[in-house]
Design a protein around this ligand. Structure first.
Ligand code: ATP
Length: 236
């Protein structure tokens, strides 16, 4: 079943057309990856889904409801949670306080204890550093905190913007393992990545984006094996 459907989406910054009539969908339970070079429009698409930007044209359906005109807060409450590029944790708050911010809009406060426990068992390092300022975490730990914070909103769909950016290889592998686990536990994932080989290796399906247009789509395996994709995005 389609959880998210993007139809003919275009997004402008003033006169700059960043996204030019893009179509794609994400089915329940999938990891879908959008890959593409710098400036292809990946982040713009995520920000439009989460309601931070408004489209110039097109529609976004989430659970068969149109959401392109809804406020971000309503979109989060509906079950879409974004982990932004560069992570944007709150550096002056502790790890625990950052996680609490993720749960801020939730109405089911009674269920929170279990969900904190689940985040701490998935990210043991966050449990060890619960009372520490988030600013003191390493880059990889901050990425885990940002993911933990997004999970505390109990999303049906999580939007990940370049989770591997700037991380050492050991953390990159760990982050991708965690994304697979998030899927296993029932959350659908839309993953934006410049690390195309890693992203496609865990994706059920992928879309290749260039200068605001979708060039190609296929399963993760098909795209990994595609010669044009290899030449342009996989350094082969
Ligand atoms: P990256 O991987 O480098 O983050 P991206 O695929 O996420 O790239 P976007 O950030 O969505 O790309 O940018 C798409 C286009 O829109 C680019 O040409 C970019 O320069 C332009 N753009 C992005 N943000 C703005 C802005 N606030 N004002 C004007 N142009 C912008």
């Amino acid at each position: 079943m389609s959880l998210l459907k993007v139809e003919d989406l275009s997004v402008n910054y003033g006169v700059i057309q960043a996204v030019k009539g893009v179509n794609f969908e994400v089915n329940e339970g999938e990891i879908v990856s959008l890959i593409g070079a710098n400036g292809a429009g990946k982040t713009t698409i995520l920000k439009t889904i989460s309601g931070i930007l408004k489209p110039a044209g097109g529609k976004i359906y989430y659970e068969d409801r149109e959401i392109q005109s809804e406020k971000s807060e309503k979109i989060v409450l509906g079950g879409i949670s974004q982990v932004p590029e560069g992570r944007h944790i709150f550096p002056g708050l502790t790890v625990m306080e950052n996680l609490q911010m993720g749960a801020f809009l939730r109405k089911d406060k009674a269920a929170l204890k279990n969900d904190y426990d689940a985040v701490f068992s998935r990210f043991p390092v966050l449990s060890e550093r619960k009372n520490q300022d988030a600013a003191t975490l390493s880059g990889g730990e901050q990425q885990m905190l940002a993911m933990g914070r997004a999970l505390m909103a109990k999303p049906k769909l999580i939007l990940l913007d370049e989770p591997s950016m700037g991380l050492a290889p050991i953390f990159i592998n760990e982050i991708f393992d965690i994304i697979k686990e998030i899927k296993k536990q029932g959350t659908t994932v839309l993953l934006i990545e410049q690390n195309a080989s890693k992203a496609l290796s865990i994706a059920d399906r992928g879309y290749v984006l260039a200068t605001g247009n979708i060039l190609m789509t296929g399963t993760g395996e098909e795209l990994l094996a595609n010669e044009d994709v290899q030449k342009a995005y996989l350094g082969g």
